[in-house]
Design a protein around this ligand. Sequence first.
Ligand code: ATP
Length: 286
Amino acid sequence: MELSANAKINLTLDILRRREDGYHDLQMVMQSVTLADALTLTPAQGEEGCAASNLHFLPTGGKNLTQMAAAAFRAAAGTGGEVDVSIQKHIPVCAGLAGGSADAAAVLRAMNALTGAGLSLARLAEIGARVGSDVPFCVLGGAALAEGRGERLTPLPCLPFCHIVICKPPFSVSTPQLFSRVNVRKIVRRPDTAGVIAALNAGDLTGVARRMYNVFEDVLDRRRYGEIASIKAALIDCGALGASMSGSGPSVFGLFPRLEDAQAAQERLLGSYRDVFLCAPAEKNV
Ligand code: ATP
């Protein structure tokens, strides 16, 4: 079975509070995009399923998120065999684009179809929460407000059609380190989450783009902040209506109404960066 696993971007990312259990309560508006990994699922050749990909550093056994998803599905649905998963990664890894979660979500949906288990997307999302906090959103796709650790989802209308340029600079950002740097009471700038939701409901692309923000941008060290800021500036300079960092970074994206501008931005950024993608909003899964 051939599957496509869409990446996501964060139109907003806000941290509301640190919880007693050490996690943070988040509020994020997420949108899936057409940048996607291609997966092939086949019955396992050996006793246990494995995951092969074009990236040598990804785990191939039970630690690959696709195998974790298959195991979670079997445990919850009480059906389904071992599967081999072949992954053509197009979504950069550790980029704030939920690439691994997207792969896991695609496997949950595929196993549901292959076994005829007939679980609802909401139930699959629940199962996915055991694999990773972005998996429930990736199961649903489209646009949604994600709260809690990201598992409480309220579907929203998709971003109006536009062109999205995503640029991943070549450094990684440690998510636990970012969280440890956030002092919730001292967050100065926050996204206008309610405004973004209202703009999505009104189909107002400019309204969304102008209100986007990611509070993690404020706690990056000076060098990384400078690089993120310069990518955002390049995107805006080329005609993006707004630009922001996605998830815990380092990917930065811009929303463009005009294809020519998005292409010009991609070309300009490709002069300095290898991972620059041109994509569009993706519809919710059915
Ligand atoms: P998020 O936006 O959800 O924080 P991310 O883009 O920062 O995600 P991912 O690319 O999803 O990060 O992957 C993070 C980790 O998951 C990596 O350490 C990687 O080795 C591991 N991993 C396991 N399976 C996969 C997979 N199928 N694809 C990508 N990464 C995987």
